[in-house]
Design a protein around this ligand. Structure first.
Ligand code: ASP
Length: 337
């Protein structure tokens, strides 16, 4: 009898072991690196984007991916890839971030940015800054060089200066096309998404999520916010859990769209939470939040995300979203639905 139990135990162990091994084999191998970017979502259709402008956007998105891919391919850290990619988009007047940021009602440019490290869940953010050339760099400084997560306006600028972040005169952010956009709606009580303008020169917020060779996920977002905003309005982009979120155990997310909705429905964190507590895949979670929940609530926009296995999702509920991804030598850059 004893021998029979022993035999059954051994068979049982064998079965358990086989099961564990099978599960390991089923898991797709993590790519060496993966990166995904966005340049804003809105009413972006073929009809209101000239072929020259379309090419400019495609080129700018490819340039940003080149920068991130090079860092990640060489074994660099996701945090550096995200920062450098966002810097290249902040420096391009095509996007509503850094140079090219939209105008507030008062004719100023007030920028928001945030970054989160999925390994440590440290995060840094700045809101309403007017003299920081690359707001994402200030967000990273807040994360790495302070005990805080979120700093705003003059205080954030003072902290950035003390930490060697590049400062510029506010006139650096002036672009004719953004100023014209403001003039069109300055007398209305409304704000406008930068991508929601029929004028082909209008563009959006930028974001990047990267997975590096060590399995670390970092997400970042940078924006000028919404045209004609006033009273110190701050959107979702610098709000951890709304505009940006990262956790190595689940995913990294960067949002773009009507910020008030992304804040109320904690969009970026909700996607990660559906994975963490509901066992949903990245695709299931992000499709549900963007194309079901947000649509029902009336919120427009989209997100980019990647999970710890390097799966990528880029859902949006607007006509278009400037977006692209690269993974182990493969790449795609897209604008329309
Ligand atoms: N989400 C940004 C904001 O509300 C705008 C955008 O993504 O275009 O400030």
């Amino acid at each position: 009898m004893k021998m029979l139990y022993g035999l059954l135990f051994l068979i049982g162990m064998g079965c358990t072991n086989t099961k564990v091994e099978q599960k390991t084999e089923e898991e797709p191998a993590r790519p060496k690196y993966a990166i995904v970017i966005h340049g804003g979502a809105g009413t972006i259709t073929r009809a209101n984007l000239s072929s020259e402008k379309e090419k400019e956007y495609i080129d700018a998105l490819n340039t940003a991916l080149d920068i991130g891919e090079k860092i990640l391919k060489e074994g660099g850290a996701a945090i550096d890839a995200v920062q450098m990619v966002i810097n290249s988009m902040e420096d391009s007047p095509l996007f509503n971030a850094g140079k090219g940021a939209v105008f507030t009602h008062d004719g100023t440019n007030e920028m928001d940015a945030s970054i989160m490290d999925g390994a440590t869940q440290n995060a840094g953010a700045v809101g309403g800054v007017t003299i920081i050339k690359n707001p994402i760099n200030a967000a990273r400084a807040v994360m790495e060089k302070s005990d805080h997560v979120f700093m705003v306006r003059e205080g954030a600028e003072e902290f950035a200066k003390l930490n060697g972040v590049e400062i510029v005169d506010p006139s650096y952010f002036f672009t004719e096309s953004r100023f014209e956009s403001l003039q069109r709606i300055i007398n209305d009580e409304k704000t406008e998404l930068s991508g929601n303008d029929a004028d082909e020169k209008k563009h959006g917020t930028v974001g990047c999520v990267a997975l590096d060779i060590n399995g670390n996920i970092v997400a970042g977002t940078s924006t000028g916010g919404m045209t004609n905003k006033r009273y110190g309005r701050i959107g979702d982009s610098p709000i951890i859990g709304a505009g940006t979120f990262a956790d190595n155990a689940t995913c990294g997310v960067s949002s773009t769209g009507h910020g008030e909705y992304f804040i109320r429905y904690t969009v970026a964190r909700d996607i990660a939470a559906m994975m963490e507590y509901g066992n949903k895949s990245l695709n299931e979670a992000s499709e549900y939040i963007i194309n079901k929940k947000l649509v029902e609530k009336g919120g427009t926009g989209g997100i980019i995300a990647l999970d710890r296995k390097g799966n990528i999702a880029m859902p949006f509920n607007t006509e278009g979203m400037y977006r692209g991804w690269a993974k182990d030598g493969k790449r795609e850059v897209l604008i329309y639905k």
